[in-house]
Ligand binder design. Structure first.
Ligand code: PSU
Ligand code: MN
Length: 340
């Protein structure tokens, strides 16, 4: 059995290939957020103006998950970088998706989320799946092995983390291990909202992943701002400072490890933590009562929370995703000029 991967397993979009060989900035984008993280309906909540303000090209009648994926790509391009959206489709890895494929992925209700432990099976079955942060990072490693170069930055909303109840059952996202093993800077607004933020921050320390905070010493916590109870982060004032630290880390500390650049949500969009907790509990109860389980549960919870917060939880989620795409593109630009 061949131990070396070949292009047979991988489709790199020509635009991504060109940007890589030119040494111009490229940003990896995960797609679990598209297949499992956002509603597939058009905008049915309040706050239509807020969404148009965030991105004037957002089609409010279009599916939220598809609009978000295209809006993130637009943010990356506006900052002069090339988006490399990662997904598993038709038995292959795809790095960089043309519009037709993105539309198909976003509309495919059978498309799940694939991470390090489930990608090989998804490839074997020919199923489509969005890649989590761990999945999209593996794509970077695969690209390095096949073409010798890989993007250095990935944008997401929130990384996976350590779930509550970890002392009894250690449900810890593979995102953390793969981040520790992959020389890519992940840009996120901290961890996704349903995990134990303090435990996750500690775990990143144990794994040796430097955590930088853009303009903050506190660990960002998704749509609720920052968590002052979690151990702090290394404050950087700009994307170029973060790029310099990453270069020093890779050149003199650990050439194979990853870093996290955590970006707090703009204070104007931050939601009260108690409000979010209550809305979340209520959404969980409704999902359980309606018997919604498995892959349908997250989209159900998010829609329900959006309804209960007059759309504000969804607006905040979209705002942070777009902000992270922008920061990631600037960071990739700084790294490209560091290297050349
Ligand atoms: N943030 C969210 N919702 C999500 C995710 C992040 O608010 O669904 C996705 C990301 O793709 C992340 C993944 O990489 O969840 C982690 O999943 P798990 O805990 O199963 O490893
Ligand atoms: Mn898990």
């Amino acid at each position: 059995m061949a131990k070396h991967p070949t292009m047979e397993h991988l489709r790199i979009h020509p635009e991504v290939q060109q940007a890589m060989s030119d040494g111009s900035p490229v940003v990896l984008l995960e797609t679990a957020v598209t297949t499992r993280g956002l509603p597939r309906s058009g905008w049915t909540w309040q706050g239509r103006d807020a969404i148009s303000d965030l991105d004037p090209d957002w089609n409010l009648e279009g599916p939220v998950n598809l609009e978000l994926a295209t809006a993130m790509s637009r943010c990356v391009r506006r900052e002069g970088a090339t988006p490399a959206t990662v997904a598993i489709m038709d038995g292959q890895w795809h790095i960089g998706l043309e519009m037709e494929r993105l539309v198909r992925l976003a509309g495919d209700e059978t498309a799940g989320k694939a991470s390090i432990t489930s990608i090989a099976a998804a490839l074997q079955s020919g199923a489509s799946a969005g890649t989590t942060v761990s999945g999209a990072l593996i794509a970077a490693s695969l690209m390095k092995r096949i073409v010798g170069q890989a993007p250095l930055v990935l944008a997401t909303g929130g990384i996976g983390g350590v779930h509550f109840g970890w002392s009894r059952q250690p449900d810890v996202s593979a995102d953390l291990k793969v981040m520790a093993d992959t020389p890519v800077i992940v840009v996120s607004a901290g961890v996704k909202s349903i995990v134990d933020v303090v435990a996750t921050r500690e775990w990143l320390e144990t794994l040796g992943v430097p955590v930088m905070g853009l303009g903050t010493e506190d660990f960002p916590c998704f749509i609720t701002g920052v968590d002052e109870n979690a151990p702090g982060v290394l404050k950087v004032d700009s994307e170029s400072d973060a790029a310099r630290i990453a270069s020093l880390h890779w050149n003199t500390v650990d050439p194979n490890g990853g870093l996290l650049l955590a970006v707090p949500l703009d204070p104007s969009a931050v939601l009260d933590a108690d409000l979010v907790r209550n809305a979340n509990d209520e959404a969980e109860a409704s999902a359980t009562a309606a018997g919604v389980d498995g892959p349908d549960r997250t989209p159900h919870l998010l829609s329900h929370m959006a309804k209960n917060t007059d759309g504000r939880s969804l607006i905040a989620n979209i705002q942070l995703l777009l902000a992270n795409a922008k920061v990631a593109a600037r960071l990739a630009g700084s790294l490209a000029s560091e290297v050349s």
